[in-house]
Design a protein around this ligand. Structure first.
Ligand code: NAG
Ligand code: NAG
Ligand code: NAG
Ligand code: NAG
Ligand code: NAG
Ligand code: NAG
Ligand code: NAG
Ligand code: NAG
Length: 416
């Protein structure tokens, strides 16, 4: 009997998930109408970079399987000697994009920001690094706003969306890295990943050891690989993962579904913030969030991904492993030559340039999972840094008011 009830509830949830009556209803503006539109809400990544006095370049990187990734470069006009600036690649997380690194605050750097906290180096990591003489590249993974082109497929083809972060590991990351090295004549680059951006680098280092020489250092913000302890409602997607795998296509949860989850997980006061799938999945800390800037965050996030990608994380929650996508026994047999998907063997990573930065109030990169990750890694860590703020959450690395106080100075330290 209980089984049948579960089944019916699951069916309902799936129906609500699929039936999207109001895709165009923009919840983000519902309660911002009194506030005038922030100019950053109407700007894309390039326009934001230009508006802060930098020059922006877009580069198109074509992967071996035909995806055309739009990646952005921040060019600092005050820097005349360009040749030897060290390249640093910033890689966003699940549902993120290149704008993650440049929209946190409207202030360019610490000197403008001192009203808030004089110890801050500035709150937009992309600009902080550019002003500190780095050659800053911002990637965009397949399927997000800036990476929806393909040499043969259109986004309306279901096949376009048949990917998970496995393909970001196998194709996107190596293509982007090789492209940047070629463009800059460097033999190595610094890599800073957030969340899924760390998962894919662990995956790359585990499957292609030659990259351990190239990635120097790898700074992992809110490191994710093992996710069995996560507190986030993404747990719900664990149960939905078979359904999501079956549905396929772009990940477009209906507003109703998101509201349903928000009601389950957020107290009344905070439901508006929770109405954004990113905040709903990763949690937030009111003290770290600039409420008057939510409109900007909401227009740039969530950026797209595939249903399969979300299903993949759901599978990892259930299996307590870090392994490839589970297609089901029969297909696994054909694709992997075995019934279960192969693991990413993190114990085989031999890079000695890994820095972990994590916190205690992170729903997605839970401290217990970070500890499992540390046990798996057999190499000594270059840095092991617990953010000294007990309330620091998963999104605070990119949208936290004090990101320029607690995290970015540490990043500069590590890079120097
Ligand atoms: C470049 O330098 C000028 C003059 O000091 C300054 O006004 C401007 O903000 C700087 N631009 C950037 C992007 O740092
Ligand atoms: C902040 O930007 C100003 C120009 O806008 C520049 O003169 C100053 O050096 C920058 N400060 C830092 C810490 O980068
Ligand atoms: C800035 O943040 C640091 C780190 O928490 C804190 O010690 C300091 O008091 C803050 N300063 C101001 C002016 O808020
Ligand atoms: C797709 O490619 C064209 C040029 O090939 C470019 O103008 C457009 O911005 C690209 N779109 C995306 C989302 O990358
Ligand atoms: C890269 O190096 C090659 C050979 O050393 C040189 O010909 C080329 O101009 C360099 N390119 C850049 C962008 O520095
Ligand atoms: C890691 O492994 C790769 C491939 O086997 C090798 O080229 C590299 O030298 C190793 N690096 C270290 C630090 O042992
Ligand atoms: C918060 O966001 C608003 C709107 O973008 C902006 O005017 C304000 O300066 C921001 N405050 C901080 C501390 O970044
Ligand atoms: C989605 C949301 O939070 N909507 C709220 C907007 O503000 C009005 C009153 O100011 C509330 O009634 C809505 O619930």
């Amino acid at each position: 009997m209980a089984k049948i009830c579960d089944f019916i509830v699951l069916l309902l949830v799936i129906l609500i998930f699929i039936i999207n009556e109001s895709i165009s209803a923009d919840i983000s503006h519902e309660n911002c109408s009194e506030v005038s539109l922030d100019p950053d809400e109407e700007r894309n990544a390039i326009q934001i970079i230009n508006s802060r006095g930098f020059k922006a370049e877009t580069h198109f990187v074509i992967t071996k399987d035909g995806y055309i990734l739009g990646i952005h470069r921040i060019v600092n006009p005050n820097n005349t000697v360009d040749a030897n600036r060290r390249p640093v690649l910033l890689q966003h997380g699940l549902l993120g994009s290149s704008t993650d690194w440049i929209i946190n605050s409207p202030f360019l750097n610490a000197s403008d920001y001192h009203m808030h906290n004089s110890t801050s180096v500035g709150n937009n990591l992309g600009f902080v690094l550019s002003q500190n003489n780095f050659d800053v590249w911002l990637s965009n993974s397949r399927g997000n706003t800036y990476s929806t082109n393909h040499t043969t497929l259109k986004t309306r083809d279901k096949k376009f969306w048949k990917f998970t972060f496995d393909e970001m590991i196998a194709y996107d990351l190596p293509s982007i890295i090789d492209y940047i090295l070629k463009q800059t004549n460097h033999s190595s680059l610094a890599y800073i990943g957030h969340s899924q951006g760390t998962a894919i680098m662990f995956g790359l280092l585990a499957s292609r050891p030659e990259y351990s020489q190239i990635i120097d250092p790898f700074i992992a913000l809110a490191p994710v690989a093992y996710v069995s302890h996560i507190k986030s409602p993404i747990r719900y997607f664990a149960e939905l993962s078979s359904a999501l795998r079956f549905i396929g296509g772009e990940f477009l949860p209906s507003d109703k579904f998101v509201r349903l989850l928000a009601e389950e997980f957020c107290d009344k006061r905070l439901r508006f913030i929770c109405s954004n799938i990113l905040f709903l999945m990763s949690g937030f800390d009111e003290n770290q969030l600039n409420m008057t800037r939510l409109g900007v965050y909401f227009t740039h996030t969530p950026s797209g991904t595939s249903s399969w990608n979300v299903a993949h994380f759901g599978q990892l929650v259930e299996s307590s492993t870090y392994r490839k996508f589970d297609f089901g026994k029969d297909e696994n047999e054909i694709i992997y030559g075995q019934k279960t998907p192969p693991d990413y063997d993190l114990s085989s990573i031999n890079s000695t340039k890994i820095a972990l930065i994590y916190s205690l109030n992170d729903w997605l990169a839970d401290i217990n999972d970070v500890n499992v990750l540390k046990q798996q890694l057999k190499v000594p860590l270059m840095y092991d840094y617990l953010v000294p703020n007990n309330k620091w959450t998963h999104v605070d690395y990119i949208f936290g008011k004090d990101a320029g106080v607690y995290v970015y100075p540490k990043i500069l330290d590590i890079l120097k």
